[in-house]
Design a protein around this ligand. Sequence first.
Ligand SMILES: [Zn+2]
Length: 189
Amino acid sequence: MLYQHLEQCIITIKQNLIVNGNQTGIRSDLLPSSVSQIISHYQQHHTVIPILHSEVTSQIYKQRFKNNVTNAQQNGDSREAARMLAVSAYGASVWKTTTPSTVQSTLSDTHYQIAAKLALGVPPVSLPSDCRSCHKADACETDPFHPLSCNSQKGREITLRHDSVVNDLHHGIKAAGGVCIKEPSRLRF
Ligand SMILES: [Zn+2]
């Protein structure tokens, strides 16, 4: 009974670590090839025993994430693929741990909710069906994220974001004791 249960556990873990039909392979020291190898395997790799559960779980979650990205790309859902890659990129979660010690580093409750929903892929706000910027009928009903790609908002929003980043960088450098000039006109690249 125990033998069968352990064998099933090993099979289940390996099945969870298959990506697109290819077994990417769990780290060889974490899991024995079969239950009959279990004692000799962990005698040989005894250092993994205290971290076995967290390591196997971590590898399974990583493979599931890769699976989800690959599935989104193969299904033509480029937005979902882009969202998953964006929220998992290095430094992408720093905003959640930033100390709200200044106006520049503080998000309002509303802005935090919108940012969190965008990160989760959830429609950020309730919108009327038609877009009030480009006046396209049912644009927001069809696509709750339409304002992020609305051509009528692009120029204005891009300028606002650019200016906000410039101002916050300027403030941050000065707060750190540095000297800087906003977009000096004499520089040419
Ligand atoms: Zn629009």
